[in-house]
Design a protein around this ligand. Structure first.
Ligand SMILES: NC(=O)c1ccc[n+]([C@@H]2O[C@H](COP(=O)([O-])OP(=O)(O)OC[C@H]3O[C@@H](n4cnc5c(N)ncnc54)[C@H](OP(=O)(O)O)[C@@H]3O)[C@@H](O)[C@H]2O)c1
Length: 289
């Protein structure tokens, strides 16, 4: 049993922290909106702290999962931040999808206090968090990763160290770049099939077993054809992630022509009121032009 803290009880963090408690760890939580932390403590039997610093005090490992780079800085740094509550020899693991630069910045800040840092963005969505089967892409030092990985296992089916601080975030960027182009391709194919008058359930059933098959086709193909988008991974989050990818690509010289175009398509989905729609809503632009 390890004494741990979890900062940020959103769609992802709430169930992830729950799996830590179910795994037998002693969990203290912090959430900006305190009512959610109180609710979590009632449900899982842990305790809620009024600040990130107080949640982190006395913990061997502290986890966070908030929105973006600035949100992350606001819970980690400063007199009431996570690092102010942690002591030398402990490890801070961040699950936010953020930039590689902020990961390196926080690793440096942590190192000044001899605290280990692991950036560990996740893939698998709300269902993956609730079912404890997330994929966790990590960056950091192997000794810090080795301490955190067995605890992360409570909510993950794969936890992998990819390189130094920032490598987890860079891997998540690869993940999002691959998804962006793929979902647009899927949207075009399915929309074409519908316009051609095909029975799309049958089409998806047969082609998902062949070379066109993908997680997106299997899990989103049918709802895309029905125009259902009120669930899943929000367009707002995807635009944040693609923004991070495009910034990173500006620095490393990688060309992202399709990801940049799809980012603009997502801006159009937002303008149609689809900020919280699932990323598969790209087909809405084709089906309702
Ligand atoms: N949802 C997904 O399917 C998914 C999948 C993979 C990765 N992610 C990534 O995981 C992260 C969290 O996503 P989510 O879906 O859990 O988001 P969410 O439901 O919007 O929750 C965000 C959490 O961060 C807290 N927060 C945000 N800004 C803050 C600030 N400035 N100070 C303190 N706390 C702050 C929120 O507190 P309040 O409760 O007070 O608002 C909330 O607990 C994001 O980086 C997202 O890109 C999400």
């Amino acid at each position: 049993m390890t004494k741990v803290a979890f900062i940020g009880l959103g769609v992802m963090g709430y169930p992830m922290a729950g799996h830590l408690a179910k795994g037998g760890h002693e969990v203290t939580v912090y959430n900006r909106t305190a009512a959610k932390a109180d609710q979590w403590a009632k449900e899982h039997g842990g305790s809620a702290a009024p600040t990130p610093r107080q949640a982190a005090e006395g913990c061997e490992i502290v986890f966070s999962c908030v929105g973006n780079d600035d949100d992350l800085r606001s819970v980690v740094l400063g007199p009431e931040g996570i690092l102010a509550g942690m002591t030398a020899g402990t490890v801070f693991v961040d699950h936010t999808t953020a930039s590689a630069n902020v990961a390196r910045e926080l690793a440096e800040e942590a190192a000044k206090q001899k605290i280990g840092f692991v950036d560990g963005p996740v893939s698998g969505g709300q269902a993956g968090a609730e079912n404890g089967v997330l994929t966790v892409m990590c960056g950091g030092k192997s000794e810090d990763f080795d301490r955190a990985a067995p605890v992360i296992d409570c909510y993950a089916r794969a936890v992998t160290l990819l390189g130094p601080a920032g490598a987890g975030q860079l891997t998540k960027m690869v993940n999002q770049i691959c998804i962006a182009g793929l979902v647009q391709g899927l949207a075009e194919g399915l929309n074409f099939g519908k316009k051609a008058g095909l029975d799309m359930e049958k089409v998806i059933d047969v082609i998902s077993k062949g070379a066109a098959g993908s997680w997106q086709m299997e899990n989103r193909g049918s709802t895309m054809c029905k125009g259902e988008f009120e669930f899943g991974f929000a367009v707002d989050w995807m635009r944040k992630d693609l923004g991070i990818c495009l910034d990173e690509a500006n620095g490393n010289g990688a060309r992202l022509p399709v990801a940049a175009l799809v980012d603009q398509f997502y801006a159009q989905v937002q303008a149609r009121g689809g900020k919280r729609w699932d990323t598969s809503s790209l087909i809405h632009l084709l089906a309702n032009d």
